[in-house]
Design a protein around this ligand. Structure first.
Ligand code: DC
Length: 235
């Protein structure tokens, strides 16, 4: 369960940030939340934790018919805890902080695969709603503005060119000492984009009423300032 953040006048404001992989959502969302003094919830980390369990259990996409039941069993057997922590969302599986493990390229693809399973979404979305309704905050993912909080105070769709997104993701992975190439990152990202936008359950779409921000060529500060202007408008 998430920690209770300090009370503030913003405490029930929900800002939904959706967009494709590598659009800068996590960095922007975490910075925006800290500027506003409200919690930040990275919902992708929750799907990644489930992906990690599936990987450890030897599941491989594409999934067969029995996979959904197996993934649900894993979710029942293991304990996934979510905590809004300073600068990020802490994900604890069976008492271990899996923050690093869930960031591997393999886990990214697995997270995307498990997130297409209706049962997995049915289990995680209520938890995300509960956390959001209790504390408010900046919530980031693929379906926050379309499904989880369609009435969010502010809905943002962040995007960037395919090349820029691949370059950013490569930078992140290199910082974590993951040995990969721009070409490989671009391919994996395209595979994920395709899976995330074409799935039957809550596909990535621009939510009605979203502010669409193309972050190509923009600095983090420029994007955050732009969003702060949007927040000022709804207050
Ligand atoms: O945001 P991310 O790259 O950490 O997310 C990992 C995967 O989880 C992503 O490929 C799609 C899925 N996801 C989702 O389906 N819905 C969300 N709200 C967040 C993530």
């Amino acid at each position: 369960m998430a920690n209770t953040p300090p009370e503030s006048k913003n405490s029930r404001l929900i800002i939904a940030i959706d967009g494709p992989a590598g659009a800068g959502k996590s960095t922007v969302a975490s910075q925006l939340a800290s500027r506003l003094g409200i919690p930040y919830l990275d919902t992708g980390a929750m799907y990644r934790a489930v992906g990690l369990l599936a990987m450890q259990d030897g599941l491989e996409p594409p999934f067969d018919e029995g996979a959904a039941t197996r993934v649900l069993e894993l979710m029942e057997r293991h304990r996934i805890e979510v905590e809004a922590a300073d600068g990020g969302t802490k994900i604890i599986v069976d008492g271990h902080d899996v923050g690093e493990e869930i960031r591997s390229p393999e886990c990214s693809l697995m997270a995307s695969a498990v997130s297409a399973l209706a049962d997995v979404r049915e289990a995680l979305v209520p938890l995300q709603r509960e956390l959001g309704m209790r504390d408010g905050g900046v919530m980031e993912g693929r379906d926050i503005g379309t499904v989880v909080f369609p009435d969010a105070g502010l809905k943002v769709f962040l995007t960037a060119s395919v090349d820029e997104r691949a370059r950013r993701r490569l930078g992140d992975l290199r910082e974590r000492d993951v040995d990969t190439s721009l070409e490989e990152v671009r391919e994996q990202q395209q595979q994920r984009d395709l899976q995330d936008t074409s799935r039957a359950e809550s596909p990535l779409q621009v939510a009605r009423g979203s502010v669409v921000v193309d972050t190509t060529g923009l600095t983090l500060d420029q994007v955050v300032e732009r969003l702060l202007e949007e927040v000022a408008r709804i207050r």
